[in-house]
Write a protein that binds this ligand. Structure first.
Ligand code: THG
Length: 567
């Protein structure tokens, strides 16, 4: 079918649906919801059989929904309505939630239901639920709805014919007052829910050291104690505030009305105040952990849960140190696990933006990532496996390819390109890794692409070696078991021997250092050169400057002359 996506942004769910529907042979084109006239124009140009709104904040005009079936993907159970569905589900502590695909009409979210899929809730952030449970349920529901529309016989269910007792009903937009924290009264659980219901947007507004900040990235503290509301410790980039029954770590803050109104590590934003707090070391029971290591049956598991997958210079250095330590252990495989929501998205653009010299900080950051990539590539003692629980983009994809194998959860989306960041050339030894694993032709294809990629395509292009099926929650134990069973096969030692021989041969042909020099030569131009595209694109990204048009890579219906589509 010809499908048009009308969407507020090309967010993770929209990307996943784009990948899944294209894989089924549908002709998908995308238009950002900029205004009604632009949306109408897109409908005229694409002439869709079906319109899907994966992430839409505004009403679809009657001129569109009265002439086309428009499916709204609503992150709520059947009958739930309103703009803050997931926020309320978290605030209210719902045990089960769902995704409903309904047909747009004149009453917001009250149209006929085409499909609905439920899931069990997890104590986590809105963003994490959205990227995992909501996305999986949405894919299932949208596929079902599309098949039902295509089949032509299915009758969508009017809301009024659904059992009223099972209906959620209208819920208004969550306001700051609905989740304001009362530090003297609220328990840690309540505070975590309030912050997590607003993470990543809009954040919970609060006052910290007399400054008005939005709070993000909250984690429980079970050991430290103090007067409720008081900041009592720091750990890594986070600040701990005591609660009535323990404490809560705040990893990230965004200050209201200031010079840098974007998310930054708490101890960076409140540097002077945080410096006066006692510093604690994180362990399993206490503190704020971004990097941790476990070991089981010959397998080292290195976790690195960086907020939004962004890796600063300091985080790369810390991860490099942790990886070196893991290499000294008497294990055979190291699993590089990233975090639950992202594996890695490369450089830390917010910290770069906030630095006194963005160019210098970019330079330091890319070098720190390259140091880590080199350490992974040059590992002789272990087989290294990048195991992708969540999405990965830009430099993160090539950093993963630095490992001997890349495994990914089915459903993971890769964005193996830097071009949207102002035509950044990129480093992470990609000019070595891509031809090495994918061959020249497929490497060129990957380098040209600007579209998100699903695991099947990534396997075909050799960006991924193995796809892990099964539920999100079982992923880490599944890959751990697969890795330890690899060690027990007779071929394992040969495998290590072979990979080291291959690396030596590659090094003799062209040293790694040369690849890096060449890549960084280009990056120097991106950071310090005459063309400011990278700095402009980074500014727009960090400050969330709304897009004024849909990129042509997505809006196929706006191609005036046919140009080669990179698929
Ligand atoms: N029918 C039509 N268009 C739609 C929907 C529909 N567009 C998308 C929409 N469903 C998704 N659901 C909602 C429901 C309510 C609101 C927004 C999206 C809403 N918005 C507030 C407003 O417009 O004033 C502001 C909310 C905000 O700022 O985020 O109430 O079923 N035709």
């Amino acid at each position: 079918m010809r499908i048009l996506f009308l969407t507020h942004a090309f967010n993770s769910l929209t990307q996943r649906l784009h990948v899944e529907l294209r894989a089924q042979g549908h002709e998908v084109s995308v238009e950002f919801d900029i205004n009604d006239a632009v949306a109408l124009e897109a409908v005229d140009l694409h002439r869709p059989d079906l319109i899907i709104a994966p992430f839409l904040k505004r009403a679809i005009p009657e001129s569109i929904w009265s002439n086309h079936v428009c499916l709204i993907v609503h992150p709520g159970i059947r009958g739930d309505r309103g703009p803050s569905a997931l926020d309320w589900a978290i605030l209210k502590g719902e045990r089960r939630w769902g995704v409903t695909v309904l047909q747009a009409n004149g009453e917001m979210d009250a149209g006929d239901v085409w499909a609905s899929v439920e899931f069990e809730m997890r104590e986590t952030t809105k963003g994490s639920l959205y990227r995992n449970e909501v996305t999986e349920a949405a894919v299932e529901a949208v596929m079902l709805a599309v098949a039902r529309v295509q089949n032509g016989e299915y009758q969508a269910q009017p809301l009024k014919r659904i059992d009223p007792a099972s209906l959620g009903g209208w819920q208004p937009l969550v306001r700051q007052g609905d989740r304001a924290i009362d530090w003297k009264r609220d328990t840690s659980t309540q505070i975590l829910r309030k912050i997590r219901s607003a993470d990543g947007v809009p954040g919970v507004l609060d006052t910290l050291f007399g400054r008005q900040c939005y709070l993000y990235d909250a984690w429980p503290e079970k050991v430290l104690k103090g007067a409720p509301g008081e900041p009592i410790a720091r750990c890594g980039g986070a600040i701990c505030r005591a609660t009535t029954d323990g404490g809560v770590w705040i990893g990230h803050l965004r200050e209201k009305g200031c010079e840098h109104p974007f998310k930054l590590p708490a101890t960076r934003l409140l540097a002077a105040e945080a410096a006066a707090l006692p510093e604690i070391e994180a362990d399993e029971a206490s503190g704020y952990r971004e990097i941790w290591y476990q070991e089981e049956e010959g397998v080292g598991l290195l976790h690195f849960r960086f907020y939004n997958g962004a890796m600063s210079t300091a985080q790369c250095e810390a991860l490099l140190a942790a990886f070196r330590e893991a290499k000294h252990r008497d294990t055979r495989v190291i699993l590089l696990l990233g975090g639950g929501d992202y594996w890695s998205n490369g450089m830390h653009l917010n910290l770069i933006e906030a630095a006194s010299s963005a160019a210098d900080e970019s330079w330091r950051n890319i070098n720190a990532i390259d140091d880590l990539a080199r350490e992974i590539i040059e590992t002789e003692s272990h087989l290294t496996i990048a195991a992708l629980q969540g999405n990965t983009g830009a430099g993160g994809v090539f950093l993963a390819r630095a490992a001997d194998e890349v495994w990914a959860r089915r459903g993971v989306i890769l964005n193996p390109h830097y071009k949207d960041m102002g035509n950044l050339f990129g480093s992470e030894y990609w000019t070595y890794l891509l031809p090495r694993y994918s061959g020249d032709e497929r490497a060129a294809k990957i380098a040209e692409t600007r579209l998100p990629m699903g695991v099947d395509e990534a396997v075909a292009l050799n960006l991924i070696d193995r796809v892990i099926d099964g539920p999100v929650m079982g992923f880490v134990s599944d890959v751990r078991q697969l890795a330890s069973s690899m060690i027990r096969t007779p071929a394992f030692s040969k495998r290590l021997h072979y990979k080291n021989a291959r690396r030596q041969a590659d090094e003799a042909l062209k040293p790694l250092a040369r690849y890096r020099e060449e890549e960084l030569e280009q990056m120097k131009r991106n950071f310090y050169g005459f063309d400011p595209s990278y700095h402009v694109a980074r500014y727009n990204f960090v400050y969330k400057v709304p897009k004024s048009r849909t990129p042509l890579t997505l809006a196929n219906h706006r191609w005036t002359k046919p140009f080669r589509r990179v698929s």
